[in-house]
Design a binder for this molecule. Structure first.
Ligand code: ZN
Ligand code: ZN
Length: 149
């Protein structure tokens, strides 16, 4: 493995934030200032073909990379775009799903990719605060309207 590729893999293994190629580039550049974004892309591509990193596409138009290749799913925040891991094991209800899929399709299921979309804990806090603010503002508006009747 080239030094560049080893460094890219090392940087990826440090984080569980599922960085984009540009994020990886920023991190790697700190140790290897002359590396180019193209080199990072090329090496990420090679690493994912070798099965050392997972390339994940969550429909956001940007591919993200994950050095944790064991079976797991992802959940993406629809508000801030953060991506977290969802540990899924065949045992938790998935076995039944695999079985059902096998029965209906005749395939032998080897793996499945389920991605979830939701609001992360931080954004949930923000949206709760925002809706509290909205409802208190609504009460202010309701005041003069009532007096008009
Ligand atoms: Zn969020
Ligand atoms: Zn992951």
């Amino acid at each position: 493995m080239t030094k560049q590729r080893a460094l890219i893999l090392e940087e990826l293994r440090k984080v569980r934030t599922h960085p984009t190629a540009a994020d990886v580039y920023e991190a790697v550049r700190r140790c290897m200032p002359r590396i180019s974004l193209g080199t990072v892309y090329r090496n990420l591509d090679l690493l994912s073909r070798e099965g050392l990193v997972r390339r994940i596409d969550l429909g956001t138009g940007k591919k993200r990379y994950d050095a944790f290749v064991e079976d797991h799913s992802h959940i993406r925040c629809s508000s801030c775009g953060r991506v977290d891991d969802v540990p899924l094991h065949r045992a938790d209800g998935l076995a039944a799903m695999y079985h059902g899929v096998e029965r209906t399709t005749g395939y032998e299921v080897q793996s499945c990719e389920i991605d979830f979309v939701g609001l992360c804990p931080e954004c949930r806090k923000d949206s709760a605060a925002a809706s509290r603010e909205r409802s208190s503002r609504k009460n202010d508006l309701a005041g003069p309207e009532k007096t008009r009747k």
